[in-house]
Design a protein around this ligand. Structure first.
Ligand SMILES: Nc1ncnc2c1ncn2[C@@H]1O[C@H](COP(=O)(O)OP(=O)(O)OP(=O)(O)O)[C@@H](O)[C@H]1O
Ligand SMILES: [Mg+2]
Length: 398
């Protein structure tokens, strides 16, 4: 309900007899279901019983009282007076939602609708209707909280889904690489065994110096460490992963993944060209996630070149600093490249052209890079083949 009918009656009454409101106006005023008050110079001239009960006052207790007592604080009273005064001057009416104060000090949400009695004569004051909108505000707040909770839950579900996809992709990569990894492990273990047998023999024959033995043992240790590092990498890829961001040498991650996939590279006879920035970039990343990106991009490149003529098989990895403290990594191959039709789908989850592929690799790579604030893009290699590019923030030296 607006204050307009009351104002109209007030005006009419004033025309007939400027000092006293008409009988109809008084009736409407007193018996309206809505709280109504006539305000002049920020003082309640008159208000109806509904307004008094709304604020917890007895009959007549609010008449001729300053409005300040209905506001939670003095600053609220001033701010509300300023904004409603401006609106009444400009458009003759105003509507405000505000917290107001009852006699017992409790606060409640009100909608205040004001109407100037006579815009050309501010001294005539304004008529206000006041509605308790606490229930609506409570419902709005509850809805907002429920929405926020729902969004939080959805974000958590999305995050877990991404984590599950990433883990499924890592497990699949490891299972596909199991044969190659077993082969990769067999070499250092066999070498270690040979060195130890050699030591044992020499000890039995008693024909060696401790320096000679030390050299042989050192080489056995080196090979055991190589085997250990392969086992650690594989373990890192298959265990459940709790994301953790640390300052990491990006080139070291590239080296790790090239090492892990070296068997595949040698088997396919792929040559390697590394064009790395002279200063190794330090990036703030989850190292396992970036390893996963590199592993998939390098494996994809090797697999794409499996059908290329042997002399063409070349993998180029480039890193270069970008403006704004970022670094860009480009992985280019000389495989068949990606057709324009496939280009729009390769980042979709489950898109694959491989018999044993899950089609998760690139979808996971893109979400990992984006969660690190970068982007992963594909382009054609001008020398033939495909070229994948991503960028990351570096830790700039202060
Ligand atoms: N370097 C590349 N050259 C040509 N095609 C590529 C290259 N990289 C990816 N693709 C195409 O994009 C598809 C999707 O790659 P993605 O890495 O997402 O999945 P996948 O390698 O098939 O399976 P996986 O889940 O094991 O990684 C590949 O099946 C392949 O058709
Ligand atoms: Mg892949």
């Amino acid at each position: 309900m607006s204050a307009a009918p009351v104002v109209e009656l007030l005006r009419r009454a004033e025309r007939q007899e400027p000092r006293r409101p008409s009988y109809e106006a008084s009736l409407l005023f007193e018996h309206a279901a809505m709280a109504i008050g006539h305000v002049r110079d920020r003082q309640l001239q008159r208000c109806n019983r509904r307004l008094e009960t709304l604020f917890g006052y007895g009959p007549g207790e609010l008449n001729q009282r300053n409005l300040q007592m209905l506001y939670p604080s003095y600053s609220d009273y001033v701010a509300c007076g300023r904004s409603s005064g401006r609106q009444l001057e400009r458009q003759g009416s105003c509507r405000i939602e505000r917290l107001m104060r009852r006699r017992d000090g409790s606060l409640f949400w009100c909608q205040l609708s004001g109407q100037a009695v006579d815009v050309s004569r501010p001294s005539a004051g304004s008529v206000w209707t006041i509605e308790d909108i606490s229930a609506r505000k409570q419902a709005e707040n509850a809805l907002r909280e429920a929405q926020a909770q729902l969004e939080q839950q959805l974000a958590e579900i999305r995050r877990r889904h991404q984590e599950d996809l990433a883990r499924a992709s890592r497990l699949n990569s490891m299972s596909e690489m199991a044969g190659a990894l077993a082969h990769e492990l067999a070499q250092p273990l066999a070498a270690t065994l040979n060195y130890l047998h050699g030591c044992q023999l020499r000890l039995k024959q008693g024909d060696c110096t401790s320096e000679q033995l030390d050299g042989v043992i050192s080489r056995a240790i080196q090979h055991t460490e190589t085997a250990g590092s392969i086992v650690r990498q594989v373990h890192g890829f298959v265990r459940r992963h709790v994301p953790e961001t640390t300052a990491t040498d990006l080139h070291a991650l590239i080296g790790d993944m090239l090492g892990l996939l070296d068997h595949q590279r040698r088997k396919l006879g792929v040559r390697l060209e590394l064009l790395l920035a002279p200063a190794p970039p330090t990036v703030m990343v989850d190292a396992l996630e970036i390893r996963q990106v590199l592993l998939n991009l390098i494996r994809n490149a090797y697999e794409a070149m499996a059908t290329s003529p042997a002399e063409q098989r070349l993998l180029r990895i480039e890193s270069r600093p970008l403006a704004g403290g970022r670094v860009e990594v480009t992985i280019s191959d000389r495989g068949p490249g990606i057709s324009p039709e496939a280009c729009s789908q390769i980042f979709d989850a489950y898109f694959t052209t491989k018999q044993d592929g899950l089609g998760l690799g690139l979808a996971v790579c893109r979400s990992i890079i984006e969660s690190h604030g970068g982007s992963l893009r594909v382009a054609s290699n001008p020398e033939g083949g495909a070229c994948f590019r991503f960028d990351l923030n570096t830790v700039m030296n202060p």
